[in-house]
Design a protein. Structure first.
Length: 298
């Protein structure tokens, strides 16, 4: 199995060196390492080139400024690996991050997405988990198509199968501009819509840096939330033309939920929320039956 590590970088001279070193310190080194720079004016490229000068399997890819998703897409386009491991330029991997991810992809050939737990550092100290039981998760294709659900981890925790991303990236330019930040949404949604399995690791193998310029702080404000809702709608309208999913949601949502190896209360809430979104199109009676089947797990 061949692994491509990708760092998306923009104006990260203060942190980039630590991110790069964490990749070079992996117990399972990547077969290919790409630092994709988004036209940084702060010397990030020079730092990366200096650190990778004597690493034959690593290189810097420079591109015109376009945002985080454009960097991830550029990395995926250039990747020659079977799986891609993503890392933000201000975060850090623990030394066993790639080793543990590869182990799960080898165990489960149908795995599409692996994500680890994270821990804040810098201005925070919280452990960051998604509310899923650790271990193998079922498919979330229908859940994602109906509920636009985010079943995954932070960008730096994601390791994805290349064949589930390469056919769809880059997105059309007008859609790509919607995701200057939060490219992890697109990675998670595309791997979900591909119909592959997921694995949620309980191991904390990513250090998520909290600092004054983190984008998530501005994204929680009202105007940004409205813009993200509109961007999400545009993305899924595009996806309806790329992926075929039957419209029989009253049947498919309970079936997919019951197929999950571990059905947590949080996962149940995701499916019920998706059902609520689809209820206007499937009718009251079918919605009630589907609701009961999800509630009862039958």
């Amino acid at each position: 199995m061949k692994i491509t590590a990708i760092i998306d970088s923009y104006n990260s001279a203060a942190y980039l060196g630590e991110a790069i070193q964490s990749v070079l310190d992996q117990t399972r080194l990547p077969d290919e390492f790409l630092v994709v720079d988004d036209e940084s004016p702060d010397g990030s490229v020079e730092i990366a080139e200096r650190m990778l000068r004597d690493v034959p399997w690593a290189r810097v890819v420079e591109k015109k400024n376009g945002g985080q998703l454009s960097c991830v897409s550029e990395g995926v386009v250039h990747a020659t690996g079977d799986i891609v491991a993503l890392l933000d330029s201000d975060d850090i991997w623990h030394a066993n991050h790639l080793e543990l991810a590869e182990e799960q992809f080898r165990k489960e050939p149908k795995l599409s997405l692996y994500f680890s737990a994270c821990k804040e550092f810098g201005e925070g100290e919280k452990n960051l988990y998604r509310s899923y039981a650790p271990g193998l998760l079922g498919r979330t294709q229908v859940l994602t198509a109906v509920g636009n659900s985010y079943v995954g981890g932070l960008n730096s925790a994601l390791v994805a199968k290349v064949e589930d991303l390469k056919p769809y990236l880059p997105l059309p330019r007008d859609l790509e501009r919607d995701w200057i930040v939060n490219a992890d949404n697109i990675t998670i949604w595309l791997t979900s819509l591909s119909g592959g399995l997921k694995y949620a690791s309980s191991e904390v193998t990513v250090q998520y840096r909290v600092h004054a310029t983190n984008n998530h702080k501005s994204l929680s404000k009202y105007p940004a939330r409205i813009q993200r809702k509109a961007a999400t709608a545009r993305f899924f309208e595009y996806c309806r033309r790329q992926f075929y999913i039957s419209g029989d949601f009253a049947k498919l949502l309970p079936q997919e939920y019951r197929a999950h190896p571990t059905r947590t209360p949080e996962l149940k809430k995701e499916y019920l929320r998706a059902l609520s979104k689809a209820s206007h199109s499937i009718g009251l009676r079918a919605s009630i039956v589907a609701y009961l089947r999800i509630q009862l797990g039958k």
